[in-house]
Structures are given as C-alpha cells and as structure tokens.
Design a protein around this ligand. Structure first.
Ligand code: UAG
Ligand code: ATP
Ligand code: API
Ligand code: MG
Length: 487
C-alpha cells in the first residue's frame, strides 16, 4: 500500500510542517522498531515510554516523515516533520486515513460498560451471521474477520490495529463489525476517527481504578464514546443502570433504552431461570434462550435492541435469539462424573461475582452448596480485591482464594489484600491456596453431588501470567483432568 503524505496529513490538525508534503509513504507506524525506508513514524508519548526519543533511530532507518508533539533539536533535511498537539489522537486519524476510512465502509457497532462487552459484541456478531451477513468482531477473546480468527491481546487494540482489522473486514466483504470499547481505549484515543453506526452501554460498576483513579473519571471515559457518536448513529443504553442516562447526556446520536424494570424501547422480563437456559419475554414476545442469569437477560436484550436498530426484521431476530449460545468462559458449565457442576466464569469484578453467585444461588434454590475459587489480578485495581473476597464469602458456602495472573506482584500479597475484606464470620469458610490448580482440585474434592463449584476470574484465558511470562493454564482443562480421574 502507498499514499501521498499530503493526503494523510490533510486528516490531522497539523500545527507546523517542516519539509515537503509531496512524498510517498509506504507504511504508517508508531513503533520505531518497524520503521523503514518511506515510513511515516508517529512519535507517541506513551504510558511507559516517550517515543520522541526514537526519532533519530527512525530517521537513520530511512523514515520519510515524522509526526510528533515536539520537533527534535536537529532536523534532517530528507525528512518531513509534522507537529501536532496530540500524537495519539493524530495516530487514530492517520490510521483511519491510511486504511481508507474502513469504519465508514461497513456498519460498526461499539459496546462499552464494565461487564458484558465481550458477551454482547460476540452475540451481535453471531446474530449478524445468522441473518446471512458477513461480519467481523474485535473482542477480549478473539478478533474475527468474517470467519477467520486471530488471537486478541487486548479488549480494544490500538487505533492502527483496529483500522487494519476493519480494512481486512471490508476487503473480506463484511457488512457489519462489532467491537468492545474499553474505558482505556476511550481515554487513549484508540477509537477516535472511527465512524460508528451504533453504541451500546451495558453497565458501570467498580473496576480499573488503578488507571482512572476515581469513579468520576471512569464514567467520563466511557461517556466520551457516546459524545463522539455521529447524529446518524444509535446510542442504546441500559436504563436500569444509573449511569445509562449520563452516558447519552451530550450525545448527538439517537438515544434508545433497554430495561427489565421500567418503560423502555426494549423491555424484557424473566419468566423462568434454569441452569441450562431461561424463558424470557422481550417486548411482549415470549422466547427460550440458552443463557442463565438475569445479567444475561440484559446482554440479550441489548443484542435484540441493537439488531432491531440495525434494521434486522424483529420477528426473525426473536427466532434467532433462541439459537445464540454462551461465549467461551462466560458461565460455562461442566458436569462432573460425581454429580456436581463446575461453572467457569470470567467474573473479575465485585459486581460480576455478585451476579454470577446470585444466579447460581437462585438456580440451586437451597438444594446444593456453592464452593467458589477466585483470585484477583496483579498490577490491576487493588481496591476491588477485598470487595471481591467479601462478595465471594458472603454468597458462597466455601471460598478458596487463589492466584489470577499475579503479573509483577507477589501472589501472597494479593491474597492478603483480598483477605482484608473478610469478616470474622467469613474466615472459617475461607481457604487460601496460592497454586490455582491445587485450589481447583481442593474445591472439587470438597464438592458433593448437587453442589456447584464456581471457578471465577479467568474464563477463556489459557494462561497464568507471572512476571511477564504467560504460562499455559486453562481452568476448563484443569477441571476436565480432575473429572477424568473421577471416572
Ligand atoms: C499501559 C497502557 O495503557 N498501555 C497502552 C498504551 O501503550 P503506549 O503506547 O502508551 O505504550 P508505551 O510502551 O508507553 O510506548 C509508547 C510508544 O513508544 C513506541 N515504542 C516503544 C518502544 C520502542 O522501542 N520503540 C517505540 O517506538 C510504542 O510503539 C508506542 O507507540 O497504548 C497502547 C495503544 O493504545 C495500548 O495497546 C497499551 O495497552 C497495554 C498493552 C495494556 O496492557 N493495556 C491494558 C491496561 C488495557 O488497555 N486494558 C484495556 C481494558 C481491559 C478491560 O476492560 O478489562 C484493553 O482495552 O485491553
Ligand atoms: N450484563 C452484565 N452485567 C453484569 N455482569 C455481567 C454481565 N455480562 C457478563 N457479566 C459478568 O462479567 C463477566 C465478564 O463478561 P464479559 O466478558 O462479557 O465482560 P467484558 O465487559 O467484556 O469484560 P472485560 O472488561 O474483561 O473485557 C462474565 O463472566 C459475567 O460474570
Ligand atoms: N481485561 C481485564 C481482565 C482481567 C481478568 C483477570 N483474569 C485478571 O487478570 O485480572 C484486565 O486486564 O484487567
Ligand atoms: Mg471483554
């Protein structure tokens, strides 16, 4: 691919240009290690390093142009320097221009909120496919271009990667794309320049305060997504979450609501909840779904609403809703030969634990015990740790606290932070087993027929991240191994 520098620079707010704009660019990159002859290098002031320091290296490598916030002291005559107020934002606009505005060539829907993004975005991708369209997906679990899957490293990739995927989707003939929009992505301008056909808000509870510092900042971050939506987009928000109306306060998009409690454009009701599915009522129509838990009714209701807002025929959408199946590692149930059930779930916030545990309690209806295995991630929000332990203890008969990606922290210190949330009454029911496989094995040994073992926090993850190294680890594989030895 090649583009004229002046066409690219037209997309951004350039304060100053030194050098010629009549140049061919063969690649746009924010990574000095990728820069080569003809590259346009964007020097970003990152969360860890300031890439302005790499400008001499990219010039030496033959870069044709550099976009930066501050011009270097010595300028090379062969290079064009473009000064911008914000390199990260410029990167997003350049990414859109470099890949020929891919988000305007398909219908892109973004999903934001603390919990339920992966579930909602994935189900919308499945729905579009069931409707006969080609679609793409950018999610925590995987990135998908039509039917080709790529591993995902983040919930929302950087802007160059987002636009590269969207471009591939356009080339593959996709009509729709669905993506998760994390709060980090909103603050770090990863979604700037994207043309969204719709935005969905799931809910907002505590998470990521290591990054945002205050809940107000966290709310503002998510609201920014709705502030950026164009007038021809829809904004679909959960009316039962008190931040729902806040999200759309300043949006130019057409606002719609979904709710289980109040009047709304998309109104849902649970008729029956079971471990293998539910009977629900959406806008007066009864249907069977293969999901469990009230929180999933919210996810399904927003999928229904967004599908209708995208113009899919209502009656067909309702029929296809019954065909949708849970996403990997989200309330994934496995039955042991000894007669207890294991539930693997990605609950990694206090709110998600409350939802999953209350769903299990409702379904068990006092007829079995709940044994919970959970931990909390290292180098992530510390404040949620005691809250997670407290919710797990309050809502389980037995809890085993264990490791969940300690990253660069001491696993024992993370467990100590969690334990601080326990009351004296909780303590006798709580064990601490740092090794996650042993913790799961112990939970299974304690389980009697009819009990439920909840293994929370890692869901689809197939690794345990310790000191920068991802060691293979999969809750579902560990459980299967235990079950195989029970036969
Ligand atoms: C700490 C953090 O937020 N980092 C994010 C940030 O990275 P950054 O660009 O600031 O990184 P940096 O390391 O400071 O580097 C700055 C620049 O120097 C460049 N560089 C660096 C080294 C070099 O030799 N040469 C060079 O040019 C880099 O290419 C980069 O452009 O911006 C990048 C692009 O937007 C993100 O991919 C990256 O996410 C990191 C990988 C990360 O782990 N983030 C987590 C916290 C995250 O984003 N999580 C959310 C949500 C999770 C959830 O909702 O549960 C997510 O969306 O995944
Ligand atoms: N609508 C919801 N409301 C509350 N909790 C939910 C909801 N949907 C899912 N959950 C819980 O949150 C967990 C994560 O769900 P999901 O992966 O869909 O969320 P996410 O927003 O994509 O998370 P992440 O921030 O890690 O990307 C699930 O395993 C479940 O426990
Ligand atoms: N996207 C979330 C996922 C957390 C999952 C949990 N397993 C952990 O590692 O904390 C994060 O990076 O904060
Ligand atoms: Mg996700």
């Amino acid at each position: 691919m090649e583009k004229q520098l002046k066409d690219l620079i037209a997309a951004i707010d350039a304060k100053r240009v030194v050098g010629s704009l009549d140049k061919r660019i063969v690649e746009v990159t924010n990574d000095s290690r990728q820069a080569r002859e003809g590259s346009l290098f964007i020097a970003v002031r990152g969360a860890v390093v300031d890439a302005h320091q790499f400008i001499p290296a990219v010039v030496a490598a033959g870069a044709a142009a550099v976009v930066c916030e501050e011009l270097p002291a010595t300028l090379d005559e062969a290079v064009t320097y473009v000064q911008v107020p914000n390199s990260t934002q410029a990167e997003a606009l350049l990414a859109d221009a470099w890949y020929d505005h891919p988000s305007s060539q398909l219908k892109l829907v973004g999903v934001t909120g603390t919990n339920g993004k992966t579930t909602t975005a994935t189900l919308l991708y499945e729905m579009a496919r069931l409707m006969g369209y080609k679609a793409g997906l950018l999610s925590t679990v995987k990135n998908v271009v039509d039917r080709t899957e790529y591993p995902a490293k983040q919930t929302t990739p950087g802007s160059l990667e987002i636009n590269r995927f969207l471009h591939e989707m356009v080339q593959a003939g996709c009509d729709y794309a669905f993506m998760e929009v994390s709060s980090h992505a909103c603050v770090q301008y990863r979604i700037d320049g994207l043309h969204f056909a719709g935005g969905i808000f799931t809910n907002l509870t505590r998470d990521h305060l290591d990054f945002h510092k205050t809940v107000e900042n966290y709310i503002k971050a998510k609201k920014r997504f709705f502030d950026l939506l164009p007038p021809d987009a829809f904004a679909l928000v959960n009316a039962d979450d008190k931040q729902g109306s806040v999200m759309v306060q300043n949006t130019k998009a057409r606002s719609y609501t979904y709710s289980l409690r109040a009047m709304a454009d998309f109104k849902g009701r649970v008729i029956e909840d079971r471990l293998d599915g539910m009977t629900v009522n959406f806008n007066g129509q009864e249907l069977e779904v293969r999901f469990t838990g009230r929180f999933n009714v919210y996810n399904l209701l927003s999928v229904y609403g967004a599908s209708v807002l995208l113009g899919f025929p209502k009656d067909e959408v309702l029929v296809k809703m019954s065909l949708l199946v849970p996403v990997a590692g989200r309330f994934q149930t496995m039955t042991s030969p000894r007669g207890y059930t294991a539930v693997v779930d990605y609950a990694h916030t206090p709110d998600a634990l409350v939802n999953v545990l209350s769903t299990i309690a409702e379904v068990l209806n006092g007829k079995g015990r709940i044994i919970t295995v959970c931990g909390a991630g290292g180098n992530r929000d510390k404040g949620k740790r005691p809250m997670m332990a407290a919710e797990a203890a309050r809502r389980s008969d037995q809890v085993i606290l264990t490791s969940d990606n300690p990253r660069f922290e001491d696993p024992e210190a993370i467990l100590a932070d969690m334990e601080a949330g326990l009351t004296p009454d909780d303590r006798p029911r709580v064990l601490k087993i740092t090794d996650r496989a042993s913790a799961i094995a112990t939970a299974c040994q304690l389980a009697k027929p009819g009990d439920v073992v909840l293994v929370a926090g890692k869901g689809h993850e197939n690794y345990q991240e310790v000191k920068g190294v991802k060691h293979h680890f999969d809750d579902r594989e560990v459980l299967q191994h235990i079950f195989d030895n029970e036969k």
